[in-house]
Design a protein around this ligand. Structure first.
Ligand SMILES: Nc1nc2c(ncn2[C@@H]2O[C@H](COP(=O)(O)OP(=O)(O)OP(=O)(O)O)[C@@H](O)[C@H]2O)c(=O)[nH]1
Ligand SMILES: [Mg+2]
Length: 402
């Protein structure tokens, strides 16, 4: 008999990833038998996986695995039976009876598990934390009900990952990879139009109360990339969706003498400076000057400001075990210090992500970083809404409620 796994390639990859980018070597496979084939899966095309991080208990002829939160599974190798408790069946969304036959029992050696006792625990809780973040973001409402949606502007050098961040946020909410915004690498910005993107909660779900505004990349050359003067118009909400940027021709306000601003709902409430973590320390003086100018404009408009560092390789090491704070390893990096000094952004608002680029499926840890970054952007936006002068909030309440 062939000692090859019954798992498909993609199932084996998912299992390996669940354990933290490990590789699996099949050690043992129970003999082939004539039990009826079970339709273990529900109608979904994915595979539910779960770690029961316990010592295996040998109970008579049963091998028993159970978790602290009440999930349990027993394997009866003599009878080729699996005993699953209700909580486990529910968690894995399986369509099986509590006692079911199994086709094969396979035991693998796992290579490449990090030699860090906290690592496995983190892998176990990352999915729960992703669900918690998704719930918190679904329940989010902008502060003081001044606007129905918060607008976050993504601004940064050409190719820093602005459009990819929107795609990543959308993918995390959709539950599968999506690529609505065009991304890629070129000498000049791939994004040529100003885009105001909304995100739905799942396929056909309700629209979430935030919008991500994607802009053309900044270029250190003059008359290339996003015009710095365009940014103040964007911040004030004067630029419509799909506006075609022209690096040689800054936006001219329709009514240069008019002092009335567009309503608060159309304005930007948070600016995210999107920077590739690998090039933060080598930004040219001209690029730094442009970023500082945006920072000055954003400060003058009183909007929230965060920095989003993309292309982070070691996602598992960004957050501590509580998933609430960045590890000291990360905050002490020179890139973080540089951003702090360059844009005067507090450390809590320096966020790290690894956008979806060439992955084949969603990764829980990537989702956690993406969603945690979004949550912090919304908090920064809320802070700026709370800080509005009374005359602004009075008129905003009027326009939003009417
Ligand atoms: N590995 C990795 N690749 C990334 C990440 N973010 C973006 N990329 C890749 O970097 C390239 C540029 O990404 P874009 O999202 O188009 O960057 P942008 O800032 O929108 O670029 P412009 O619109 O040209 O200014 C693409 O090939 C992306 O796939 C990331 O976090 N990790
Ligand atoms: Mg882009």
């Amino acid at each position: 008999m062939d000692v090859t796994t019954r798992l498909t390639w993609i199932q084996e990859q998912i299992l390996g990833k669940l354990l933290g980018n490990t590789s699996l070597t099949l050690l043992y496979k129970s003999r082939v038998h004539q039990l009826r084939t079970l339709d273990m899966k529900n109608n979904s095309t994915g595979m539910s996986t779960l770690l029961l991080n316990t010592q295996v208990e040998v109970n008579g002829t049963l091998l028993k695995f159970s978790s602290l939160d009440g999930l349990s599974l027993s394997v009866d190798p003599r009878e080729y039976k699996l005993h699953l408790n209700d909580a486990l069946i529910k968690e894995l969304k399986l369509n099986v009876k509590p006692v079911s036959g199994y086709l094969e029992c396979e035991i693998f050696r796992v290579d490449g598990v990090k030699n860090d006792p906290g690592f496995i625990k983190k892998m176990l809780t990352v999915r729960q934390y992703r669900e918690r973040l998704l719930s918190a973001l679904r329940a989010y409402r902008p502060k003081k009900d001044l606007v129905s949606e918060v607008r976050i502007l993504l601004v940064g050098p050409v190719g820093s990952g602005k459009s990819s961040f929107f795609n990543s946020v959308k993918s995390a909410f959709q539950g599968h990879l999506t690529r609505q915004a065009i991304v890629g690498s070129d000498e000049t910005s791939i994004t040529k139009q100003y885009r105001i993107y909304s995100v739905k909660d799942g396929e056909g779900g309700k629209t979430l109360p935030f919008m991500l505004c994607d802009s053309m990349g900044l270029d250190e050359r003059e008359e290339a990339g996003l015009c710095i003067d365009d940014i103040s118009h964007i911040l004030k909400g004067c630029v419509p969706d799909r506006y075609q940027f022209n690096p040689c021709k800054p936006i001219k306000p329709k009514h240069p003498t008019s002092v009335t601003l567009p309503p608060l709902k159309d304005r930007i409430h948070c600016v995210a400076y999107v920077l590739n973590i690998n090039s933060v320390n080598t930004l040219s003086a001209k690029m730094v000057a442009k970023l500082k100018e945006v920072h000055k404009d954003a400060g003058a408009c009183g909007v929230g400001q965060v920095a989003l560092l993309t292309n982070v390789n070691n996602c598992d090491e960004v957050l501590d075990d509580s998933f609430l704070n960045m590890t000291e390893n990360m905050t002490s990096q020179s890139q973080v210090k540089n951003v702090q000094n360059m844009l005067n952004i507090p450390i809590a608002n320096i966020l790290m992500v690894s956008n979806y680029a060439s992955e084949r499926s969603l990764e829980p840890m990537k989702d956690v970083l993406i969603l945690a970054a979004l949550r912090q952007m919304l908090r920064a936006a809320d802070d700026s809404l709370e800080d509005l002068p009374p005359e602004e909030t009075a008129s905003a309440n009027g326009s939003f409620n009417s």
